[in-house]
Design a protein around this ligand. Structure first.
Ligand SMILES: Nc1ncnc2c1ncn2[C@@H]1O[C@H](COP(=O)(O)OP(=O)(O)O)[C@@H](O)[C@H]1O
Ligand SMILES: [Mg+2]
Length: 197
């Protein structure tokens, strides 16, 4: 319980797309996403209508998704909450919204976690104490150096897409073998490796 997963790798390698798949195919029924680039909106559960019937998903938004994902989105019984991050206040609002929820299992996603800085009190608090509220966290960043310090120190598993920057490879050397570092340098688009720490 309370697994902390961090996804790193260069731009356009498929990090965000992988998380969409994990959300739609994984076991979590309740997912909360803070989304600086509004990339998860098509997954969001629409609000109920005034008569209490479930709202309709905006199929227009789904057109860009792969057909298989679209079917999954339309059939899913999950509750997916997406808050698009625009201004600083959105992070604290998101934090208080999710912290006020009862302790049922939930997945919290921070895409582009660099957006919130290296030492952010809300992010740090969730990484230290989220487990008590039955939260699993996923953070996504381009580089190890972009991760909040608390995220880096608490991560249970990394999912690593291609990285080539010497400073990232140096960090990587401390947590995986030389062979894995070489493998990470040579990963192609959409390929990744997973390391448990
Ligand atoms: N496994 C995949 N197969 C085919 N296309 C993919 C795959 N993963 C990502 N893509 C496409 O590649 C582009 C970049 O993916 P994205 O998930 O946004 O990357 P990142 O979040 O790492 O920047 C998107 O257009 C996405 O649809
Ligand atoms: Mg992305």
């Amino acid at each position: 319980m309370g697994l902390l997963t961090t996804i790193v790798g260069k731009k356009r390698r498929g990090k965000t797309t992988l998380v969409k798949h994990l959300i739609l195919t994984g076991e979590f029924k309740h997912i909360y996403i803070l989304d600086p680039q509004a990339e998860f909106l098509a997954l969001a559960t629409p609000p109920d209508n005034e008569d209490g019937s479930p709202g309709r998903r905006d199929v227009g938004l789904l057109k860009k998704e792969l057909p298989m994902i679209r079917e999954l989105i339309l059939s899913t019984k999950k509750y997916i909450y997406v808050k698009v991050y625009r201004v600083e206040q959105d992070l604290s609002d998101f934090f208080y919204e999710i912290w006020a929820l009862p302790a049922f299992p939930k997945l919290i996603v921070f895409d582009e976690v660099k957006t919130y800085g290296k030492t952010n009190p809300f992010i740090d608090y969730l990484y230290r104490l989220g487990g008590h509220k039955d939260m699993e966290l996923i953070a996504i960043a381009h580089r190890f150096a972009d991760l909040p310090l608390e995220t880096r120190s608490q991560t249970d598993q990394y999912i690593i897409f291609q990285m080539t920057e010497p400073r990232d490879l140096k960090f990587l050397k401390d947590i995986v073998s030389e062979e894995v570092v070489e493998e990470v340098k040579r990963l192609r688009y959409f390929q990744y490796i997973k390391t448990e720490l």
